[in-house]
Design a protein around this ligand. Structure first.
Ligand SMILES: Cc1cc2nc3c(=O)[nH]c(=O)nc-3n(C[C@H](O)[C@H](O)[C@H](O)COP(=O)(O)OP(=O)(O)OC[C@H]3O[C@@H](n4cnc5c(N)ncnc54)[C@H](O)[C@@H]3O)c2cc1C
Length: 456
């Protein structure tokens, strides 16, 4: 009887790898003719372009550990943190994020005081937040906007929380759950009342490593180096089926999966698709579970890589790129200066801009044609960077319902999902919908699901 994984993105590949390590021969079902899911790297004119994720947070060890285990440790590269400046658009101008901000929590007075990003009334409010007392009883889950507004005021929501989280989740701060998305800040609020006091206390307690890890890491040849290596490792052992799983039902000894007109039976089943797709497939297995999974929102976005020959365009400001708050937004949400953020990405001859569009509330951009998207983005870049060179290449990708949104109540929803799974032995859910949306979270949950099942 088989161990089946549905979904061949980084989550499913990590699960398959873990099964193989445990001596199990897994069957991996993937609808697309290629593995890797949203991890899609290509090289154009010597530039390494990421269509989906471009890196991962090094603070979460699962990706780093797996990469080393696969023998790719010498391929790891870190972000150029010494030159990390991020700009935000305010009143039509790109303004650098002041030094000393931990997301939206200020920890240094002077850089914030002299920054034109926020008004004086918000700066004073940020200072007074230091005197906030811990809540007398635990507070319920709230939206990120409600939470940040209660600490630092609405302007901090509009000009820090919203653009910073749009870049990560493509989500709306008016819906995202603070409990799920800013868990650490909620803990600091419970303990200290003031987030600023909490962050400063945590900083004091933490030992500064002699060589701090870079904030983001990736691989020299792009993240597909990881998914390709996983594929290479599993191919000799795993059965890989290209086809869309269409139907799942329970059997006496496990699950039956219909794919390519055939029914495969399995003792173990890992659902490594986005939650809404897992929900659709699992409806005949457990209607309530399906409803909970389908109720997890996903946002859609567009990524656009624009490559320029340096001798044909103007200079790029120093730093990693810029974010556009929704209040100032037209089409662009964010833009990364790829060659500045990472080494080994862009040769001296080129500049590459990686632009993000769409996300919650802005998803109509997915219906525009490539030409319409390009025209809108070029017009905005002309205003922001002052140049309108013809790109020497353009790559546009649309990501429909690809990024999970942890809305208010997400933690409680996932607790119910886990309670239901307890009664469905042999079934595991993994991926970005449950407790972390990044690549390391997907690797961690993918591997854990296979480990749990192979020990059953
Ligand atoms: C544009 C974008 C940028 C991102 N940037 C970052 C970043 O910089 N850093 C970071 O850490 N994270 C980032 N993320 C998030 C991270 O990339 C994802 O959470 C992660 O890659 C998801 O992997 P997955 O395998 O769970 O899902 P996916 O990659 O979506 O793979 C799921 C697979 O399941 C398959 N599938 C679905 N239904 C079926 C079916 N019925 N039968 C068979 N197969 C099926 C799909 O074809 C797909 O290949 C980004 C995500 C996106 C979309």
């Amino acid at each position: 009887m088989r161990s089946i994984i549905i979904g061949g993105g980084v989550t499913g590949l990590s699960a398959a790898y873990e099964f193989v390590q445990a001596g199990v021969q897994p069957t991996l079902i993937e609808a697309q003719p290629f593995l890797g899911g949203v991890v899609q790297t290509e090289t154009v004119e010597g530039c390494v372009l990421e269509g989906g994720p471009d890196s991962f947070l090094s603070a979460k060890p699962a990706a780093n550990d797996l990469i080393r285990e696969l023998g790719l440790g010498d391929q790891l590269i870190g972000s150029n943190d010494h030159s990390r400046i991020t700009y935000l658009l305010r009143n039509g101008r790109l303004v650098p994020l002041p030094d000393g901000l931990l997301m939206m929590v200020p920890t240094k007075i002077l850089p914030l005081a002299v920054s034109p990003l926020l008004s004086w009334s918000t700066k004073i409010r940020m200072g007074l937040e230091l005197f906030r007392r811990p809540p007398s009883t635990p507070l319920p889950d709230r939206t990120v906007a409600e939470f940040i507004e209660s600490h630092y005021g609405r302007e901090t929501v509009d000009y820090l929380a919203e653009p910073l989280l749009s870049g990560v989740y493509g989500g709306s701060v008016d819906r995202l759950s603070v409990q799920s998305v800013l868990t650490r800040f909620v803990d600091l609020e419970t303990k200290y009342g003031s987030l600023t006091r909490g962050v400063l206390a945590a900083k004091k307690q933490a030992r500064r490593p002699a060589h701090p890890a870079p904030l983001f890491q990736t691989l020299k040849g792009g993240l597909a180096q990881l998914t390709h290596e996983l594929e290479r490792r599993i191919r000799p052992t795993a059965e890989i089926i290209t086809g869309r799983a269409e139907f799942i039902h329970r059997t006496d000894s496990g699950y039956a999966v219909r794919v390519n007109g055939e029914t495969l039976t399995a003792r173990h089943l890992v659902m490594a698709t986005p939650a809404w797709q897992a929900g659709q497939l699992l409806r005949p297995v457990h209607a309530k579970l399906a409803e909970l999974l389908e109720g997890i929102d996903y946002s859609s976005s567009v990524t656009l890589a624009l490559g320029y020959r340096r001798d044909q365009c103007g200079p790029i400001p120093p730093g990693f790129g810029f974010l556009i708050p929704a209040r100032e937004r037209q089409t662009l949400v964010a833009c990364t200066f790829v060659g500045a953020k990472f080494p080994y990405r862009v040769p001296e001859t080129h500049h590459v801009l990686r632009c993000f569009l769409g996300g919650a509330g802005d998803e109509k951009v997915l219906d525009l044609s490539d030409a319409e998207i390009l025209t809108a983005v070029r017009a905005e870049l002309k205003k922001l960077l002052g140049w309108d060179a013809d790109p020497s290449f353009v790559r546009i990708r649309r990501w429909r319902r690809a990024m999970a949104q942890y809305s208010v109540g997400h933690t409680a929803r996932i607790a119910t999902v886990r309670a239901i799974l307890h009664h469905l032995p042999g079934l595991q859910l993994a991926g970005n919908a449950y407790d972390g949306i990044g690549v390391p979270d997907c690797i961690r949950t993918g591997r854990a699901s296979a480990r749990t099942l192979s020990q059953q």
